[in-house]
Design a protein around this ligand. Structure first.
Ligand code: NAD
Length: 251
């Protein structure tokens, strides 16, 4: 019960890594504030957590809408009287396997709005709540595509390299005030997003497995455990880091 009665806000909590992480926090006693666009899916995850004895509340918001991000943090604070931990995880894959000169402009705008500006705006409202308490942990979702080049994904790369950059800046700004900001950089992790891009056929799945020296793609639980560690006091000296969770791919 590392997070007993701590409030955790998680964006993109209706599926994949966000859903798995929300459930892991709830199992360890956290009050989980789940955020996503898809109301039915989000409510379903919150209900599942509650039926297992946890505390969870779903709030619908779109990370491409700045006013909704402000309202999201206000609603979390109203619901659970403050904020201790934030996992800014919501994201899209956008245009993949497309060369830079062919990248669609609208896909570029969406990637930056959701994956990067969404994370910045989330921190903009989350961090003041943590500073009020003199303590907090922010974990942002970057990607291995935010630390290493992969052809065909320049919009996604721009957004995720950006997340690593703002994590490092913010991590340094607030460390002395008790708020630690870090990010995670997963390689391919089984989720709806990965299914769409990498895991459509047996051949493409085998190829995705082969990219990772460990011989397989990752599971959402393997990201959740690192996120929980970064949120806990066990990582109290870890600041402004971009932690690779990659089965050796980036080594
Ligand atoms: P997923 O598609 O299952 O989850 C994405 C989540 O983000 C969903 O809950 C979705 O509803 C939410 N979301 C998307 N756009 C949103 C918006 N505008 N507003 C609010 N919520 C929105 O996929 P996932 O793999 O779990 O992705 C989670 C994060 O992990 C993403 O940021 C993704 O870039 C990152 N990531 C994934 C992988 C991977 O291989 N799966 C690898 C590295 C990083």
């Amino acid at each position: 019960m590392r997070f007993k009665d701590k409030t955790v806000l998680i964006t993109g909590a209706s599926s994949g890594i966000g859903e798995t992480t929300a459930k892991a926090f709830a199992r360890e006693g956290a009050h989980v504030f789940l955020v996503a666009r898809r109301k039915d899916r989000g409510e379903q995850v919150a209900e599942e957590i509650r039926s297992n004895g946890g505390t969870a509340f779903f709030h619908q918001a779109d990370m491409s809408d700045r006013s909704q991000i402000k309202t999201m943090v206000e609603a979390c604070v109203a619901q659970f009287s403050g904020l201790d931990i934030a996992f800014n995880n919501a994201g899209i894959s956008g245009a993949f396997n497309v060369e830079t000169h062919l990248h669609p402009e609208d896909a570029w705008d969406d990637l930056l709005a959701i994956n990067l500006t969404g994370v910045w705006m989330s921190m903009r409202y989350e961090i003041p709540e943590m500073l009020k308490r003199g303590k907090g942990a922010v974990i942002n979702m970057a990607s291995m595509a935010g630390v290493k080049g992969f052809p065909g994904s320049s919009g996604y790369a721009a957004s995720k390299f950006g997340v690593v950059g703002i994590t490092k800046a913010a991590g340094l700004e607030y460390a002395a005030q008790g708020v630690r900001v870090n990010c995670v950089c997963p390689a391919v992790i089984r989720s709806e997003m990965a299914e769409e891009i990498f895991l459509q056929t047996e051949d493409s799945s085998a190829q995705a497995d082969s990219w990772h020296p460990i011989g397989r793609i990752g599971e959402p639980e393997e990201v959740a455990s690192v996120v929980l560690w970064l949120a806990s006091d066990e990582s109290s000296f870890v600041v402004a880091e971009a932690i690779q969770i990659d089965g050796g791919l980036g080594a």
